[in-house]
Design a protein around this ligand. Structure first.
Ligand code: PMP
Length: 549
C-alpha cells in the first residue's frame, strides 16, 4: 500500500468518482452546445466584461490557472490542486485523512487557528506542540510530540502566524524524514515575505505545501490558494473537494493579476512591504511600552505592557490590530499597511512621522492590443525595471527614468507580432498617465525643464507641466528604425506623453547618427523631467500665479 492509501480515510478510498456534468463531459470543447448542466442560457444581468460567462459553471479545476500557479510555484500541474483560499486546502486535507473520533493532527502553538478549527469540526483530535518560551521553533519537541500522538497531519506554518517564527528548511526536511507516517504540511502563506526558500518545488512523499494568493498578491477577497503535494495525494483530496471550488470571477481575477506584465510590480510591492515592515520595527523599538518586536510575513508581532490601554487608544483612533493573548501576554499582531495607515498606527504609540504625501502611482492599462502595468515613485531613483518587448525602447525608457531621477517599473504584453506601433504608443500613454497621477497636485515642483548635447547630436527638450497638452517635434531621422523602434514613432511617443501627462513638450534634435539622435531625445527628456518634477524649495507652493496647474 502506498503512503497515501495507508493514511487516507477508508471511506474516501471507497468513494465513486465525482458525478458532475464537467466530469462526465470531459474537457470542454470550444463551441459545443452545452445542455448538460442545467445552467441558464442567458448572460447575467450585470455590467462589466468579467461577468460575461458567469451563467456557466466554472471548470472544476481551471486548467489555465492550475498551469499558471504551477509555473509560479515551480511544481507540476499534477502536484497542484487549486482551492478556495488555502483555508479550503487545510479543510480538505483534514477531511481526506482524519477519521472522526480516531485520528489526530499536530499543530505548533501559538499558530494560525484554522488548523484546530477544521480538525474539531471533523471530530479529529488536536494535539499541540509548542514553540519555545522565547517563541522559537524546536524541531526535537515537535518530533517528540508527533512520535507520541502519531498524527495523520502535522501543520508547520512558516513563517508562523502570528509570531513570525520561521521554520528552518533543514528542520522541515528532518521532521518529514523522522515521521514517515505523518503528512507534514508546510503552510507557506507568508513565504514571499521571508528569506526561506519555498518547498513547493520539492514536495513528494509525506511533504506537502500550502500556498495562497491572499497575501503577497493581494487577492484575499478572490479566495484563491492551492495544495501542492504528491499526485496521489492530490487525487485523493480531489474526491473530497466540492465540484466547482473556484468561482469563475476569481479564476479570471487571479489569471489577470498573475499575468507576466504584472509580475515586476508584485515583486516591487513585496519588497516595499518588507522595507516598510523593517522600518516600522525600527521605529517601534524606541517605544518603551513595547517589550519585544518580532517580524515575519507582512506583519509584526509585538508584546506590549498594557494591552487594554493600547486597545482603548486604538479604538479611539479607529485602528484595528489583532490581539493574540494566547500567543504571548500582551501579544499584538500588526499588519503592514499603506504609508498613511502605518503613520496612523505609529501615532498611537506616540511616534509622529513628518507628513509627506508620497508621489507614487501604479496603474494598469489594458486594451485588446496591449496590456501594460506601470509603477512610479518620483522621490526614489530605484528600482528601474522595464520590459516593453522592444529592447531599444526599454533602453530609452530606462534613460528617461535614470536621468529623470525616479523609479520606474513598467511591463507590457503587446501585439508585437503585428507591429511595434500599439505597444510603443500605449506605453507612452500609460507612462504619461502614471507621471501625471504621481505628480498629484504639483505643489512644490519646478514645473519647467530643458537640456543636452550627445556627441555630435544636440537634443533639446523643453517641458512645461502646465496641465495643457501640447507637443512639438523638430527633427528628422534618415533610417526607418533604430533597434526595432520605428523612428517615426519617436515624435509620436512625445505626443502621447504630452497628451497623457497634460503638459507641453518641445523636442528639437539635430545630428548625424539616428541612434544618437533618438537616445539624445530620451535622455534630454529625462533630464528635463528631473528639473520639472523636482520639489523646488517650498514644497507647498504651486509654481503658477493662477493658483492651479
Ligand atoms: N495560512 C495562514 C498561516 C494564514 O495566516 C492564513 C490567513 N490568515 C491562511 C493560511 C488562509 O489564507 P487564505 O485562505 O486566504 O488563502
Amino acid at each position: 500500500m502506498t503512503l497515501a492509501q495507508r493514511l487516507a480515510r477508508p471511506e474516501i478510498l471507497a468513494l465513486p468518482p465525482t458525478d458532475t456534468a464537467a466530469a462526465a463531459g470531459g474537457a470542454p470543447i470550444g463551441g459545443s452546445i452545452k445542455l448538460d448542466a442545467n445552467e441558464n442560457p442567458f448572460v447575467p444581468l450585470v455590467g462589466g466584461g468579467l461577468a460575461a460567462s458567469v451563467n456557466r459553471y466554472p471548470e472544476p479545476q481551471p486548467a489555465a490557472l492550475r498551469q499558471r500557479l504551477a509555473d509560479l510555484y515551480g511544481c507540476s500541474t499534477a502536484q497542484l490542486w487549486a482551492t478556495r483560499g488555502s483555508d479550503d486546502a487545510i479543510d480538505l486535507l483534514i477531511r481526506t485523512f482524519c477519521r472522526p473520533g480516531e485520528d489526530s493532527i499536530v499543530i505548533v502553538e501559538p499558530t494560525f487557528s484554522a488548523y484546530a478549527q477544521f480538525a474539531r469540526v471533523q471530530g479529529a483530535k488536536v494535539v499541540p506542540a509548542r514553540l519555545t518560551d522565547d517563541l522559537t521553533f524546536d524541531a526535537e519537541a515537535v518530533i517528540a510530540t508527533c512520535l507520541g500522538a502519531k498524527p495523520k497531519l502535522l501543520f508547520l506554518c512558516t513563517p508562523n502566524n502570528p509570531t513570525g517564527t520561521p521554520v528552518d528548511p533543514a528542520d522541515v526536511r528532518r521532521i518529514a524524514a523522522a515521521l514517515p507516517d505523518t503528512l507534514v504540511v508546510a503552510d507557506e502563506a507568508y513565504i514571499e515575505f521571508s528569506d526561506s526558500p519555498s518547498f513547493a518545488g520539492q514536495v513528494g512523499g509525506n511533504l506537502l505545501v500550502l500556498r495562497t494568493l491572499s497575501k503577497a498578491y493581494g487577492l484575499a477577497g478572490a479566495r484563491v490558494g492551492c495544495l501542492i503535494a504528491d499526485p496521489e495525494i492530490i487525487e485523493l483530496v480531489s474526491r473530497v473537494s466540492p465540484p466547482y471550488p473556484l468561482p469563475s470571477l476569481s479564476i479570471a481575477l487571479a489569471l489577470d493579476a498573475l499575468a507576466a506584465e504584472r509580475m515586476p510590480i508584485h515583486d516591487q510591492r513585496i519588497a516595499r512591504l518588507l522595507a516598510d515592515r523593517n522600518l516600522l520595527a525600527e521605529r517601534l523599538r524606541t517605544v518603551t511600552e513595547i517589550r519585544t518586536i518580532r517580524t515575519g510575513g507582512n506583519f509584526l508581532f509585538l508584546e506590549v505592557d498594557d494591552p487594554a490601554a493600547l486597545a482603548q487608544r486604538l479604538a479611539a483612533a479607529g485602528i484595528r490590530l489583532r490581539f493574540r493573548p494566547n500567543a504571548a501576554p500582551g501579544g499584538v499582531r500588526v499588519t503592514v499597511g499603506t504609508e498613511a495607515e502605518n503613520a496612523a498606527m505609529l501615532a498611537v504609540f506616540g511616534l509622529f512621522e513628518p507628513a509627506r504625501a508620497s508621489r507614487r502611482a501604479e496603474l494598469v492599462r489594458d486594451t485588446k492590443e496591449t496590456r501594460i502595468a506601470v509603477a512610479i515613485d518620483l522621490d526614489r531613483p530605484e528600482p528601474r525595471c522595464i520590459s516593453t518587448g522592444i529592447g531599444f525602447y526599454d533602453h530609452m525608457l530606462d534613460q528617461v527614468a535614470a536621468h529623470g531621477g525616479f523609479s520606474l517599473t513598467l511591463a507590457c504584453s503587446g501585439d508585437l507580432e503585428i507591429d511595434p506601433h500599439h505597444s510603443v504608443e500605449d506605453i507612452a500613454l500609460a507612462l504619461g498617465a502614471a507621471l501625471r497621477q504621481a505628480l498629484g497636485d504639483k505643489r512644490g515642483i519646478g514645473r519647467f525643464g530643458f537640456a543636452l548635447p550627445m556627441d555630435e547630436v544636440r537634443a533639446e527638450v523643453l517641458i512645461d507641466l502646465s496641465g495643457r497638452p501640447f507637443s512639438k517635434f523638430d527633427g528628422h531621422f534618415d533610417t526607418p528604425e533604430v533597434g526595432g523602434l520605428p523612428t517615426q514613432m519617436v515624435p509620436h511617443i512625445f505626443r502621447s506623453l504630452a497628451d497623457s501627462m497634460a503638459c507641453a513638450i518641445h523636442v528639437k534634435v539635430e545630428g548625424d547618427n539616428d541612434h544618437h539622435k533618438v537616445e539624445g531625445c530620451f535622455k534630454a527628456f529625462g533630464r528635463a523631467l528631473r528639473m520639472s518634477l523636482a520639489i523646488d524649495g517650498n514644497a507647498t507652493a504651486l509654481p503658477s500665479t493662477k493658483g492651479v496647474l
